[in-house]
Design a protein around this ligand. Structure first.
Ligand SMILES: CCCCC/C=C\C/C=C\C/C=C\CC/C=C/C(=O)SCCNC(=O)CCNC(=O)[C@H](O)C(C)(C)COP(=O)(O)OP(=O)(O)OC[C@H]1O[C@@H](n2cnc3c(N)ncnc32)[C@H](O)[C@@H]1OP(=O)(O)O
Ligand SMILES: Cc1cc2nc3c(=O)[nH]c(=O)nc-3n(C[C@H](O)[C@H](O)[C@H](O)COP(=O)(O)OP(=O)(O)OC[C@H]3O[C@@H](n4cnc5c(N)ncnc54)[C@H](O)[C@@H]3O)c2cc1C
Length: 616
């Protein structure tokens, strides 16, 4: 599988290169990469072993290395003359970066770094492509000068000979083993023993070690985390894509499959006529659209911040970090749960490999873990919200994506309930700010009672993650509302198209309202009648969107090769394709399976003989 994946990945990388040249000659725009990724996803359903090379290795060289280092390493990496990965996570540590054990000791006598993974737990473990594909890596290690720790640093390390691909002396590298998906990625392990690299192999755009061993600190230590921020932004787009693919499959299947008359004596309807089926499928279509728009916004913000960082302006890093965390978590959680809901909506056939929903789930699910485990990133955002609440209490302005927190903090109570979109959005934001306030009271009480900040974060963790989740909902719903209601190009839309978009906004806001009704009722008084009215509107908007479901998913424009699903094929010949796939199964090559003579027949005969004996 690994070699097939590499073959396909190389074919797709060439396609990527042509896309890049067509869309953005000489540029480093990510969208061709993403489009390439959609193509790659179709070509290699078991995952792309070059993903980390393209997403992290090349970018780290560009963004963390000096111009000279880019010339020496980055250009060759961008041109795929060398293939690398990003080796940060270890067998013993993934989340807690300050606990990473791999070390780089500076030897001023030879102007080299001596790299070691001192224990088994220090081995790099997980980096994509590390097992067999890569001959280089960015090796993340704790920097030591005269045995004094200086923090994390990144090193360009060659791990295999460029001609023979043999591991170099001092390198112990291999594959970590089968996973629940992405088995074409050859995630690997890497141990280094007294492995020496020249001083100039340490990426030094933001921090430096001078020949005499003097250390020049980075102006902002967190800029070394920037490669992760980029992938978190990518995950937001990538996982909204996976959800869109699954929604396309389930929608098409739901208008082909007929089952169970709604009225006695009537013919069996398409299953999408059942209201409960509409509630399983249509909200997922809308969620995919909502996150694709949020991810595009985030990508623009990433590009602007990356340019600013390149100019040593780090001012927008904190906001990008917060948004990248919140969107990476929200899209990976909601896409993973949404794809499973869509699989179940396809009944038994949803469980067949020929439907491809299981593989799409297996591709989407690890995003809840890699690039920052989701609950850890929620805690990150919770901490950032605590800091921002202190700013609110001090009357200071907040970053634009948190401005609503200041506005809501000035409200002494929630205004008269109207049930309008603005009202629903404000309710979610108001509940978020109420949760932030409660979390802050708990957190601050702990800090005031002499608990350390880290301990206070841990013991306030449930309230911090709740506040973070609601902040994500507020940001995503607010972004969708702006795009539908206040977009500058709204007038260019046909009235029919605008109506479909408004129906999607109605559904998204009501769905989020019901999902967080408990959180909202904690801070806002809403009557039973007002809630029942929203229930009716939910049923109504599902009915309104039902006729547009297929057209919206067709607009995602996934061809059959990318969907790779007998349930979601454009021509709708589901049963023929399921049967065609079944007949291809190796067990159908013979009428009598080999195991009959070897196992089944003796087993049945032994039971029959025993039965006869027991009668005698
Ligand atoms: C072919 C084309 C492909 C296209 C494909 C499309 C999509 C991509 C799909 C898939 C991707 C493919 C492969 C995935 C490969 C996966 C790779 C990895 O998983 S790489 C390893 C990832 N690991 C992590 O994310 C580690 C998580 N841990 C952390 O980030 C940090 O430990 C943590 C939890 C943030 C804690 O940081 P730490 O410094 O220890 O302590 P604090 O929390 O106190 O933070 C200190 C201050 O720093 C600020 N901060 C933290 N992180 C960042 C950041 N990233 N940016 C900016 N600022 C940051 C934090 O807010 C604190 O600030 P204050 O001091 O409070 O102001
Ligand atoms: C498919 C895949 C590809 C990957 N690719 C790469 C790669 O290319 N390069 C790379 O370097 N890494 C890669 N990784 C590793 C990935 O980054 C880590 O798995 C991830 O950062 C989580 O760290 P961990 O596995 O050590 O989990 P842990 O951090 O051990 O998490 C285990 C549990 O502990 C909890 N926990 C941990 N810390 C805290 C805390 N402070 N507060 C509360 N709870 C906490 C977590 O929430 C989680 O529930 C990949 C992983 C996967 C699954």
């Amino acid at each position: 599988m690994a070699s097939m994946s590499v073959k396909h990945a190389i074919a797709a990388a060439k396609k990527l290169r042509s896309l890049q040249e067509r869309f953005n000659p000489g540029g480093s725009d990510i969208y061709p990469a993403l489009m390439g990724d959609e193509a790659i996803t179709a070509l290699i359903p078991s995952g792309n072993p070059l993903s980390v090379h393209i997403l992290m290795f090349t970018r780290a060289l560009r963004e963390q290395g000096t111009d000279e280092q880019y010339e020496k390493f980055g250009r060759r990496a961008d041109n795929n003359e060398i293939i690398g990965t990003f080796a940060q996570t270890e067998l013993g540590h993934g989340t807690y970066l300050r606990g990473l054990e791999a070390r780089a000791d500076y030897d001023r006598g030879t102007e080299e770094f001596v790299l070691n993974t001192p224990k088994l737990s220090s081995y790099k473990w997980w980096p994509g492509g590390l097992g067999q594909t890569c001959n280089y890596c960015i090796f993340v290690a704790q920097l030591y000068i005269d045995n004094e720790a200086k923090g994390m640093a990144m090193f360009v390390v060659q791990i295999r000979d460029e001609e023979t691909h043999m591991p170099l002396p001092g390198v112990h590298v291999g594959e970590i083993g089968k996973k629940m998906g992405l088995n074409g990625v050859n995630n690997g392990f890497l141990g280094l023993k007294d492995y020496r690299v020249p001083r100039l192999n340490m990426l030094m755009r933001h921090q430096q070690v001078l020949p005499d061993g003097r250390f020049v600190k980075s102006p902002v230590s967190q800029v070394s985390y920037f490669p992760m921020v980029f992938v978190r932004c990518m995950v937001a787009r990538q996982n909204s894509n996976y959800l869109a693919q699954a929604a396309t499959i389930a929608t098409r299947y739901s208008v082909i499959r007929r089952q169970s008359p709604i009225e006695e004596g009537q013919p069996e309807p398409k299953i999408l006529e059942h209201l409960t089926q509409q509630m399983k499928v249509i909200p997922e279509i809308v969620t995919a659209v909502v996150y694709r728009l949020a991810a595009a916004n985030l990508q623009n913000m990433y590009n602007e911040t990356a340019e600013a960082v390149y100019r040593k302006d780090f001012s927008r890093l904190p906001e990008l970090h917060a948004l990248a965390c919140i969107l990476k978590v929200a899209t990976s959680y909601d896409s993973t749960y949404g794809i499973e809901r869509l699989r179940q909506a396809c009944g038994g056939h949803g469980y067949l490999t020929a439907g491809n929903l299981g593989n799409i789930f297996a591709m989407a699910a690890p995003a809840c873990t890699y690039e920052g485990e989701n609950s850890v990133l929620y805690l990150q955002v919770g901490k950032i919200l605590m800091k921002n609440w202190s700013q609110v209490l001090a009357g200071r302005e907040l970053m634009p994506s948190m401005a609503y927190i200041s506005e809501c903090s000035k409200m002494t109570s929630f205004p008269q309930w109207t049930g309008s979109w603005e009202c629903l959005l404000k309710a979610i934001q108001y509940a978020c700010v109420g949760s932030i306030r409660l979390a802050f009271q708990s957190y601050n009480a702990r800090v005031q009672s002499a608990q350390s900040q880290t301990a206070a974060v841990n013991y306030s963790g449930l309230e911090l993650t709740k506040a973070a989740e609601l902040h994500g909902r507020s940001y995503v719903a607010g972004n969708f509302y702006q795009q539908i209601v206040n977009s500058p190009n709204k007038h260019q839309r046909s009235p029919q198209f605008q109506k479909v978009l408004e129906n999607m906004l109605e559904l998204h806001l009501i769905q989020i309202f019901f999902r967080h009704l408990g959180d909202i009722l904690r801070f806002i008084r809403i009557t039973e009648d007002e809630i029942s009215a929203l229930q009716r509107r939910l049923e109504e908007v599902l009915k309104e969107l039902r006729p547009d479901a297929v057209a919206i998913t067709d607009a995602f424009d996934f061809n059959d090769k990318i969907l790779s699903s007998a349930l979601g094929c454009y021509d709708g010949n589901v049963y023929e394709r399921l049967f065609e796939a079944a007949l291809k199964h190796p067990l159908n090559r013979k009428s009598v399976p080999d195991f009959f003579e070897a196992h089944l027949k003796p087993f049945m005969k032994e039971n029959a003989d025993n039965a006869k004996k027991s009668k005698l």
